[in-house]
Design a protein around this ligand. Structure first.
Ligand SMILES: [Zn+2]
Length: 269
């Protein structure tokens, strides 16, 4: 199969170990990672560069937004000098309306941002990460793929037990020093004296997202929404491959063998 033309969806519970698998797929098949986290950062960044004193809420009406042309007209004067794409700024404003207030982002906004980034990336040679996360997003993705003539070649599910994820995540500690950010684990990669960054000496912290309550909420969300989203893709005929998130020996080579052994029968190569 041609390098760089595949599209692969990688999914799994938060903390299941997706990133090492994504790295293997990207390196082996010449793919780029398209992750919703980065997409949101990019579009929010575009808006923030040109927002001036504008409040996103000002453009919100009922359960939607005023027409795009109106938002664009407000943002466009600042876009030219800043070198920001006005369409990206419009999408960023809509996302900011929800993200800034810590509110749940509705599917139609997530879909619009994803579609824009997917098209900008040429619609091929991508590892999709963090998308689709709901059945509606899956339906949207299937439609977008048809519309753009893109294939969806494979869903890779990184499978991991809830308890293994909880144990691994609550032991994680990070260095709060912005210039450092080293990651530790109380059991597997302990900080000095159980508390201090081995690189810069700062006292390490538990990320606010890594509390047991938040982890369990994310696990529940995965079961309630992301799993049905994947079933929707599989139901549309996209092959699914499952790989274990925990390996007896965790090394780059072991991850590579585990992933490629599973996907080669489907993708060839
Ligand atoms: Zn540090």
């Amino acid at each position: 199969m041609d390098q760089g033309t595949l599209n692969i969806v990688v999914t799994g519970k938060s903390g299941a170990g997706k990133q090492p698998r994504i790295d293997v797929l990207a390196a082996t098949y010449g793919l780029r990672q398209l992750s919703t986290g980065n997409i949101f950062r990019e579009y929010l960044g575009a808006f923030k560069q040109v927002r001036g004193g504008l409040e996103a809420a000002k453009f919100h009406r009922g359960d939607g937004f005023v027409p795009d042309a109106e938002i664009r007209a407000a943002l466009a004067p600042a876009c030219g000098p800043a070198g920001v794409d006005p369409d990206a700024a419009v999408l960023g404003l809509k996302a900011a309306r929800y993200v800034d207030g810590g509110r749940f982002v509705p599917d139609d906004i997530t879909n619009a941002l994803f579609a824009s980034a997917f098209r900008a990336a040429g619609g091929k040679g991508l590892v999709l990460d963090g998308y689709p996360r709901t059945p509606d997003q899956s339906d949207f993705l299937l439609g977008l793929a048809r519309e753009t003539g893109s294939r969806l070649d494979l869903v890779l599910l990184v499978d991991n037990e809830d308890e293994a994820i909880v144990a691994r995540t609550i032991g994680r500690r990070i260095c709060p020093n912005k210039d450092c950010g080293k990651v530790f684990h109380l059991e597997f990669k302990p900080p000095r004296d159980g508390k201090y960054c081995t690189a810069c000496g700062s006292e390490v912290i538990l990320r606010s997202d890594d509390t047991e309550e938040k982890i369990r909420t994310r696990l529940e969300e995965f079961r309630a929404k992301a799993l049905p989203a994947i079933r929707r893709l599989v139901g549309a005929g996209i092959p699914q491959v499952v790989v274990p998130g925990n390996l007896p020996v965790f090394s780059d080579e072991a991850v590579r063998e585990s992933v490629l052994g599973a996907v080669r029968p489907v993708l060839g190569g």
